[in-house]
Design a protein around this ligand. Structure first.
Ligand SMILES: [Zn+2]
Ligand SMILES: [Zn+2]
Length: 145
């Protein structure tokens, strides 16, 4: 469940601000090692079509490339994690959900890479949980507008 519309968000210090004019994917929690170590917990991300994303302020935006498969955009001042993009680009950009100004209408019901989750994290009953990356068709996608 995700809605079309206009979304906005940014990091804690305001150095990076963005807008999305289009639908967002439902939120997915990722427990992979890179998400754990960059976020300090696990990551929860929605996603948009990259064409719908406008980064309005990017003075403090930095990119961290943990592997050849993806890069992560974060604020070099406050450390906030904002963006995740596949390499090469696949037309969608993931947005770390806690950076949105308003998440009304978005849901979280999928956890991925649970094989690497921290021992203290309990996946709530009723969630869809995948030990790694879901098979084709199982991963939520950005809906058509
Ligand atoms: Zn910041
Ligand atoms: Zn991850």
């Amino acid at each position: 469940m995700a809605k079309s519309g206009s979304w906005s968000g940014g990091c804690a210090c305001g150095g990076v601000r963005y807008r999305v004019a289009g639908p967002l994917r439902e939120i997915v929690a990722c427990h992979c090692g890179t998400c754990r170590r960059t976020s300090g917990h696990h990551a929860a991300a929605t996603a948009c079509r990259t064409a719908d994303l406008q980064i309005e302020d990017m003075g403090t935006l930095r990119w961290y490339q943990a592997s050849t498969e993806a890069r992560r955009g974060f604020c070099g001042h406050c450390g906030g994690h904002l963006f995740f993009e596949r390499l090469p680009a696949n037309g969608t950009t993931s947005l770390f959900a806690g950076t949105l100004d308003d998440t009304t209408g978005l849901v979280l019901r999928t956890h991925i890479f649970t094989a690497g989750k921290s021992a203290y994290v309990m996946i709530p009953p009723g969630m869809r949980a995948f030990e790694g990356y879901p098979d084709a068709g199982e991963m939520p996608v950005v809906p058509s507008p």
